[in-house]
Design a protein around this ligand. Sequence first.
Ligand code: NAP
Length: 246
Amino acid sequence: MFGLSGKVALVTGASRGIGQAVAARLAEQGATVVLAARGDHAGTAAADIVASGGRAEAVGIDVTDTAALEQIPPAIIERHGRLDILISNAGITRDQLLLRMKRDDWDAVIATNLTASFVLAQAAIRPMIKQRAGRIIAVSSVVGQMGNAGQTNYAASKAGLIGFAKALAREVASRNVTVNVIAPGMIDTDMTRALGEKAHTAWTEQIPLGRLGSVDDVAAAACFLASDEAAYITGHVLAVNGGMYM
Ligand code: NAP
């Protein structure tokens, strides 16, 4: 089940956390994976995959650099002949109550979390249509579904991804390209560790399954949506949140 042999995948934000785990899982299932992050940050994660027998390489990209970002899908196709799976995962938070939020905090979050997904999808969609096959998966958040005080910028970016994916899913379904969203809840990564122990405990109390999610919980969902077995699922928002929002 969920074999990905012969598929080529691009995962952004793959230097650590969710993106790293997603990249590793796709490679385990046989995909060739291009791991993207800034500078040479994804190099170690790619090397780990190769060391365990997988096929992977790293690419240095700041996803807010539109001109450079739109070159990534064509470069992958030139090098590997195809691009089957695009996972837009790179994301940041710049939390602040709206009254105090700086315009820069709004712009940075929208550029990284939302606009980069648009740029990448636009660059990947033509070759996927030509291939008559493709999987686009955006990593949103439970916060995009339920809101969270102090995160108007982040919630807007993550809710934006859901609308974007549903619209694009309708545009490209006839070409056998699916577009889906994963909405993780609280996952144990650098991003949530930065919130501190007290916040962790408070969040855990709101999670019916009684624990934070792991990066592997999200990677399993990504692997499923990327697989042939998920061929009849498009425009879907797959919650991986331990039941914190139903
Ligand atoms: P993380 O540990 O902070 O990792 C973020 C990743 O995004 C890193 O690989 C980072 O790469 C990359 N990134 C950030 N800005 C970038 C930029 N401008 N250009 C290229 N890469 C950039 O975060 P995470 O917890 O794994 O989160 C991954 C995704 O899941 C995010 O979209 C996040 O919003 C979403 N999410 C997370 C949670 C959670 O609880 N953790 C919940 C819901 C949704 P660098 O090495 O370049 O910094």
